[in-house]
Design a binder for this molecule. Structure first.
Ligand SMILES: *Cc1c(COP(=O)(O)O)cnc(C)c1O
Length: 362
């Protein structure tokens, strides 16, 4: 039975709870509700490494079951909700949290209730929540209003809140830094990522600190968080009452994990900066064309940030840089295609010569 290709069956990745259970602050004996999230690829970017003279790695979180990093935290939050006997779960969402919650709730047999802000939820994300069976409530307000309502519902009614204000979410999400350290053999020098409600940067920092404390890494990265100009409260120091950006996943005016995020930046000697929608969309397009990685607009904010810093004279030469690209491009094809006036370049008859001529080969 043995082959030169090693053991068969190969070991399947177990999901973040089983892979890292010892390191997660979760209830004893917790049964994991999992779709085998995590274990996502760290893809070397020749493009960005060439530009910077650094080794730049993309942590491609699109490869999670519902297409964003939210699944790392959701496996933990839904497992705990089920463990505690909850029947229903609620979240406020700009799209990906609801997509993830709906999938994991379906797996767990819980009722998913989604609060979305009026307007601008990417179609792919809505499709996910609806198809997984979530009840969708649209709120005449923005994400921050939705989160207030979700908190109120969880306080007054028998539903569990699974937004990243639920600390269990961050326990799951911090596994991304474990994976990066496990793969690279140490922490990177810098970690760049998009920031919206700011749970993820807090979770990464928690994970890096934990690994370093355990002696599994020898250093801590500098954390740099990038927000959209129209939703950049961590940059200006003031909440944005009407956050606006095409990068809907980071359209958050008053981040729930504000304090934790500021601590992460401060303790790591990092910082926050804003990038424009134009910079975000350009980074999204270049990442797709140069590295073969198609991410949603918000997910490109870290790459946009790196490019903006390079343009401003910042140097990453000789260092190791990890950039989280947070979610899949297929979630929001409408925004991705906006800059293309023509999707079809040429129409030809069903004929090889005609196709060759149109392609410039003949
Ligand atoms: C949720 C999300 C973010 C922002 O993460 P926070 O933890 O809210 O800062 C960024 N990109 C994508 C694709 C997301 O789904």
């Amino acid at each position: 039975m043995s082959t030169t290709h090693g053991q068969w069956p190969r070991r399947q990745w177990l999901g973040v709870i089983e892979e890292y259970r010892d390191l997660l602050d979760l209830p004893e004996g917790l049964q994991a509700v999992t779709l085998r999230e995590g274990g996502t690829p760290l893809v070397h970017s020749e493009w960005l490494s060439g530009l910077t003279g650094a080794e730049v790695w993309l942590k491609v979180e699109a490869n999670n079951p519902t297409g964003s990093f939210k699944d790392r935290g959701m496996t933990a939050a839904i497992s705990v909700a089920k463990h505690e006997g909850d029947q229903a779960v609620v979240c406020a969402s700009t799209g990906n949290t609801s997509a993830s919650m709906a999938a994991y709730a379906a797996k767990a047999g819980l009722k998913p209730l989604v609060l979305i802000p009026e307007g601008k939820i990417a179609a792919g994300k809505m499709a996910q929540a609806v198809v997984h069976g979530a009840q969708i409530i649209m709120v005449r307000g923005n994400f921050d209003h939705c989160l207030d309502i979700a908190r109120g519902l969880a306080r007054d009614y028998p539903v569990a809140l699974v937004n990243s204000v639920n600390p269990v979410r961050l326990q799951g999400q911090k596994t991304a830094s474990f994976e990066i350290c496990d793969f690279l053999g140490d922490a990177p020098d810098y970690h760049l990522l998009p920031v919206g409600n700011a749970g993820n940067i807090a979770a990464y920092w928690m994970g890096y600190q934990q690994y370093s404390g355990l002696g599994r890494s020898s250093r801590l990265p500098v954390m740099r968080g990038f927000q959209a100009e129209g939703a950049a409260p961590l940059v200006t120091g003031e909440p944005f009452p009407d956050p606006e950006t095409k990068a809907t996943a980071i359209r958050v005016g008053n981040p729930a994990s504000w304090h934790l995020a500021e601590m992460a930046a401060k303790e790591s000697e990092g910082r926050f900066a804003a990038v424009s929608d134009a910079q975000i969309l350009a980074a999204q397009a270049e990442l797709a064309r140069r590295d073969g990685v198609f991410v949603e607009p918000a997910s490109a904010a870290g790459v946009a940030g790196l490019l903006a810093e390079l343009a401003a004279g910042e140097s990453y030469a000789g260092r190791t840089v990890a950039i989280t690209v947070t979610g899949h491009g297929l979630k929001d094809t409408a925004t991705a295609l906006e800059s293309f006036t023509d999707i079809v370049d040429t129409v030809v008859d069903a004929d090889v010569e005609a196709a060759a001529a149109a392609a410039g080969l003949a």
